[in-house]
Design a protein around this ligand. Structure first.
Ligand code: 3PG
Length: 212
């Protein structure tokens, strides 16, 4: 999963797709903005269909399935062509289903005990969910000491405004978020604006690389 997050950096767009028709234009807009990795959340009735369509049309994108909260969703996601899976939390049964489906898995955590449990299941790349602004930034700083080598993808509360506070942390691989493709812009088919949000995120992150 580490390589998936590395490729996604700075941002893994978390997509909530209502209409399959819009999925391809959305993926194209994100790709035009420099995005290479997407997460299609299984929160809408046609999400799997949308995921499948994106995979078919954009073989160069890496497409994951997100919001996996039931064990059977892992096999469904894999069968639809998902290349990785994401959950907002983790349980023993979800970890077993992830293992069975054979795809890279990004389980969600929120507390030190959940990090330890995810470690016991063998996961070293974790989604920090929800990421609550400065509280989560402080928590990730504290996690750095005990959880050497664990990399996080904070999601759920990340926007262009706080993106850099997360990306600056050495244990943050990338961030995730819906702000890159908000419902309002998708419904309005504002593809250029969505591309622009992706470009802006990448430019902001690029500023971290420039020496002061
Ligand atoms: C997720 O599933 O990762 C979150 O719901 C995304 O949260 P956001 O809308 O705050 O980006």
């Amino acid at each position: 999963m580490e390589q998936v997050l590395q490729r996604a950096r700075p941002v893994l767009p978390v997509l909530v797709i209502e209409e399959v028709d819009l999925a391809l234009d959305l993926a194209a807009a994100l790709q035009a903005g420099g995005i290479e990795v997407l997460e299609v959340t299984l929160r809408t009735p046609r999400a799997l269909e949308a995921l499948q369509a994106i995979r078919r049309q954009f073989p160069e994108l890496l497409v994951g399935a997100g919001t996996l909260i039931h064990t059977e969703q892992f096999a469904e996601a894999r069968d639809a062509g998902a290349q990785f899976c994401v959950s907002p939390g983790c349980t023993e049964r979800l970890a077993a289903a992830a293992e069975d489906c054979g795809l890279p898995y990004l389980p969600g955590v929120m507390t030190p005990s959940e990090v330890l449990l995810a470690l016991e299941y063998g996961y070293r790349s974790l989604k920090l969910f929800p990421a609550n602004g400065t509280t989560s930034v402080k928590m990730l700083k504290s996690f750095k000491g005990p959880f050497t080598g664990i990399r996080f993808c904070p999601t759920g509360g990340v926007t262009a405004d706080n993106l850099l506070t997360f990306l600056r942390l050495p244990n943050v691989a990338c961030v995730g978020g819906t702000w890159i493709a908000p419902h309002s812009l998708v419904r309005a088919r504002a593809w250029d604006q969505i591309s622009q949000l992706a470009v802006e995120a990448r430019q902001l992150a690029g500023s971290l690389e420039v020496p002061a």
